[in-house]
Design a protein around this ligand. Structure first.
Ligand code: FE2
Length: 254
């Protein structure tokens, strides 16, 4: 009986010890030294469960430059598809559900491999499209659509010399992408502006660049109206940029 009692005591303490070990080895973002939250977010509300953002324009509002069917499919099928995949993987990782999408994208190397792969592909798809839609508007909605102004124009002139130079730099980046990708205007660590190209749905967030403007150059964004003419699509897109939103994003993250 005494032997059994000693055994029970040992078993009890073994269970307690294992409990402590378990508690201190639960994979938690807070204990992951590689994980660093961003101090400023463009979309602090973007968290699990993810949903489509509201558009500020109707599908046919941009038709002169971006046709209704393309926007409809782009938004309801492509963008929704990325959201569904992102929600699907995060269902399996509840300890990562409460972080912003920007924090997850900026810390891909700190995530479990399976989660990292899906967040990079489909989380990037959701973030990029959310920013893309936000910075579009009808050309008629002055002054938002009439060109950069204020601090954004000053920064563009300071870095690129002129708005025309900036447009050429942006077009060059768009044409440099072989296949699918995105072109970005970002704020760098010194506060200057920088154009940037990424493949697939990669973002510059893990390179400590803060995006303020983005262009989708996946073929699904333009093929129905422009077919292979990416140059024409980029040139048309300049007429749809909501510079008021670009400025608002800049002021959020500066
Ligand atoms: Fe897209």
């Amino acid at each position: 009986m005494k032997i059994f009692s000693n055994f029970s005591d040992k078993l009890f303490w073994l269970v307690i010890a294992m409990g402590f070990v378990f508690l201190f080895t639960i994979p938690s973002p807070e204990k992951n030294t590689k994980f660093k939250r961003l101090t400023k977010h463009i979309f602090p509300e973007l968290k699990y469960p993810y949903t489509l953002p509201q558009l500020k324009f109707a599908f046919n509002d941009l038709a002169t430059y971006m046709d209704e069917q393309t926007i409809n499919i782009h938004y309801t099928k492509h963008h929704q598809g990325y959201i569904d995949k992102l929600n699907g993987i995060l269902e399996k990782y509840p300890e990562w559900q409460n972080y912003t999408l920007e924090d997850l994208l900026a810390n891909l190397n700190a995530l479990p491999e399976e989660l990292s792969i899906v967040v990079k592909a489909h989380g990037g798809g959701h973030f990029n499209h959310t920013l893309f839609w936000r910075t579009l508007c009808k050309k008629s909605s002055e002054p938002e659509g009439s060109g950069p102004y204020g601090i954004i124009l000053e920064k563009i002139n300071s870095v690129f010399g002129s708005f025309e130079n900036f447009k050429q730099d942006f077009l060059d980046k768009a044409l440099s992408i072989v296949g699918s990708g995105w072109v970005w205007l970002c704020v760098d660590s010194s506060g200057g502006l920088k154009t940037f190209a990424t493949y697939n749905h990669e973002t510059p967030l893990n390179q400590i660049l803060k995006p303020i403007l983005i262009l989708d150059v996946w073929e699904h964004a333009y093929y129905l109206k422009y077919q292979n003419r990416r140059v024409d699509f980029v040139n048309a897109w300049w007429n749809l940029i909501n510079w008021k939103e670009v400025e608002a994003i800049y002021k959020t993250i500066e």
